[in-house]
Ligand binder design. Structure first.
Ligand SMILES: *Cc1c(COP(=O)(O)O)cnc(C)c1O
Length: 227
């Protein structure tokens, strides 16, 4: 077994425990391998070991690594997306986790329409009101969803957050509660059934709070080289 396969087996075991402790179904969480700065060779090992999705942060890097062919597991975009690059992201990714502006959402809808696609997206929420981070304030999400209500080529599958590292557990609960609240809007293009939260150091807490997608980089591939 490669080290990467061992890491994945270890994470799967911890996921199963966290799910059973929380009384959730064994298959309720998807394991995403975050592959920024990871070579295709290593990504292939992770795919063989059985991950549910690949998450890339940078469009150019993803294009270099994957081209336009679809990889076996779902390909998700988790980085900051500029509006003028939305076209490329829509062409390539099964889900875009980082929608935090109406202009970007509008462009995604438009580009998806011209490709005859319904693009799955998540709204990124800046839970800790951190200036260094992208995303909507929790109070802005309802307004954005309402503005998008009759857009047919975008489907808001849920919420994503990168909470401040200290005390991330309390933020996970807030993201779950916000999704519940927004579901009451009852919008046909916003099922809001996904919560993308939890990384290498805090995914068990995220699972306890209701995560459906955890995003793991270092826990699978080891430390990233300094930038
Ligand atoms: C890098 C990254 C991750 C993975 O972080 P690790 O600490 O390596 O698990 C998850 N989500 C986003 C948005 C990232 O940029």
């Amino acid at each position: 077994m490669t080290e990467i396969a061992q890491n994945i087996a270890h994470i799967r075991a911890k996921m199963a425990l966290a799910l059973s402790r929380a009384g959730r179904n064994p298959g309720a969480v998807r394991l995403m391998a975050v592959t920024k700065s990871v070579t295709t060779d290593k990504i292939a090992q992770a795919v063989l070991a059985g991950i549910d999705a690949i998450g890339e942060n940078y469009l150019q890097e993803a294009q270099n690594k994957f081209g336009t062919i679809s990889t076996a597991p779902a390909l998700h975009f988790i980085g900051h997306l500029q509006t003028n690059k939305a076209k490329h992201a829509v062409a390539m990714f099964d889900m875009i986790h980082s929608v935090g502006k109406i202009e970007l959402a509008r462009e995604i809808n438009k580009r998806a329409r011209s490709l005859g696609k319904v693009q799955d997206v998540l709204l990124e929420i800046n839970l800790g009101a951190e200036e260094s981070k992208q995303g909507l304030a929790p109070g802005e999400a309802g307004e954005l969803l309402s503005a998008m209500a009759d857009w047919e080529n975008v489907r808001v599958r849920g919420l994503m957050a990168i909470p401040p590292p200290d005390g991330s557990a309390k933020y996970f609960g807030r993201l779950r509660d916000l999704a519940c609240e927004l579901r009451l809007l009852n919008l046909s293009n916003a099922p809001l059934d996904e919560l993308s939260m939890g990384m290498s150091d805090d995914y068990e807490e995220a699972i306890a709070a209701g995560a459906t997608i955890i995003r793991i980089g270092r826990g699978i591939f080891g430390e990233r080289p300094p930038k």
